[in-house]
Every structure is written in C-alpha cells, then in structure tokens.
Design a protein around this ligand. Structure first.
Ligand code: BGC
Length: 250
C-alpha cells in the first residue's frame, strides 16, 4: 500500500537515519534505517545516500524532510560549522529534489528537533517562548513561540566571555576536555543564564545524545527558568524533518 506519509532524514556527523513518520502520533511508521555518514560528506555524496535510503521504502511517497547542521534559508544552506564547507551556498532543496525525484525540504537540525519536541515531546502543550537546545558536537537551538518556529537562531554561536559558546559548552567540549559533570554544569549555567537574559523564555528543553544522562547535570544548573530533558531523544530529527516537509518547508 503506498502512503503519503512524510519521510524524515536526520543527517548527522556519524550516521544518516531515515523513516516514514506517522504525523498523528509523532512516531516512526516503519522501522528506521541507518547508514554510516561517508567521510567526505559533500552534498553530492549525501544525495546518493538519500536515493538509496528512499529506495528502501518504496511504498512511502510523501514529502521528504532533511536535517542539516547549518543555517538554511529557502532551501539554501548558508553555514557549515561542523560539516564539509562545500555545503555553504548549496541549494540543497533543489539538489535533493532533483536527485531523488521527490519533494525535499531541508531544515536546520535543531529547528527540526524543536518542532518535534513542541508538537509531540517535552514541550507539548506549552505556550510562550520555548527554547530547545541540542548539546552535541555543537550547540543547536530552536526558538518556538506558541508553536511557531523562528528559524536559524544559531544560539550556539553566541559570543560569551570572548568564546564561541559551543566551543566551551557543547557536549564535545565536555568530552574533549574531560570535564566533570559539575564543571560542565558551571559552563552550562553561564550559557543558559545568557539565554535567559536575552530571551526570558518560559522553558528550556535540552536535547542531544547527552540528554540521556540529564540527571547528571540538569539538577546542577542554577537558573530561574524551568529546564527539562527532551523526550524524543534520537527520533527528534527524523520526526521534526518529516513534520517540516509535511507543512511544505519554509
Ligand atoms: C551549527 C548549527 C547546528 C548546531 C547543532 C552548530 O555548529 O551552526 O546550525 O544546529 O551546530 O548541530
């Protein structure tokens, strides 16, 4: 049976994951597939992988959403902090649409996670300004106000005490510098306090792989704003990308 369910692809530094998504539940509609990200992950190399990935789901004919860890405006990628620099300037919507023969919409990875957490996860039903951050190789951010996304906030690159914030407070900084949870929590407090001052949000949601261990560090943060772990965990990118594509992209 063919379905018009949207398909989400989460393009990450180590793996590329994809699955059709059931928008009623925010869950995968079929078992997810995962392939290793190639060493040289240029847009052209990635397009080939997307074609193979989609061929594994011949019955799914809906729109395709793809996360990218960079600024995306009208389908064109404008930054590439932690990916191959050849992404900058690439018209990814067009490239992937031509390569796959499907309607493809590219979205910033944190924005996708933010959409998914607000619609189906930790921030479901919350009004006002929710800031979803992902702590990984970099720091991703999504600003969602009353369910509406303001894309490309890029708050991981705020300059704090003379440093690019993600270089000090991302999970990669914790592992690279072998920081204790306590030490990292201090840096996170500085980071989230800066966000509090600038945005006065209702809620912070913390995603990224390390959110699995949130009880190790979230209770150590000293903030005025509620801060909770993401709920969709490693599904957020796929689900958010599919949701984004189902709404026709940006
Ligand atoms: C990039 C963002 C991305 C974040 C998380 C940052 O370095 O600039 O676009 O959302 O990393 O991957």
């Amino acid at each position: 049976m063919t379905t018009e369910q949207p398909f989400g692809i989460d393009f990450g530094g180590t793996g590329i994951k994809g699955a059709p998504v059931d928008l009623a539940t925010g869950d995968f509609a079929a078992e997810r597939e995962r392939v290793k990200t190639p060493e040289k992950s240029t847009p052209d190399a990635i397009a080939e992988i997307f074609v193979e990935l989609l061929e594994k789901f011949p019955d799914c004919r809906g729109a395709v959403g793809v996360t990218v860890p960079g600024v995306v405006k009208h389908g064109v990628v404008h930054s590439a902090a932690n990916i191959d620099k050849s992404w900058v300037g690439a018209d990814a919507d067009r490239l992937f649409t031509e390569a796959t023969g499907r309607e493809v919409h590219v979205v910033n990875d944190a924005d996708a996670a933010g959409l998914a957490e607000v619609r189906y996860g930790a921030a479901r039903g919350r009004s006002g300004l929710v800031i979803v951050t992902t702590l990984g190789t970099g720091i991703g951010s999504a600003l969602v106000h009353d369910g509406v996304l303001v894309p490309n906030s890029e708050l991981g690159h705020l300059e704090i005490d003379g440093h690019d914030a993600e270089s000090r407070a991302a999970n990669s900084a914790r592992t690279r510098e072998d920081l204790s949870w306590k030490h990292w929590a201090k840096r996170l407090t500085t980071y989230y306090r800066t966000l509090e001052k600038l945005f006065s949000p209702e809620l912070f949601v913390v995603g990224g792989g390390v959110s699995k261990a949130s009880e190790e560090f979230l209770p150590l943060l000293e903030l005025d704003t509620e801060i909770i772990p993401a709920r969709l965990r490693n599904k957020a990118g796929v689900v958010g990308a599919a949701l984004y594509a189902s709404e026709g992209g940006g």
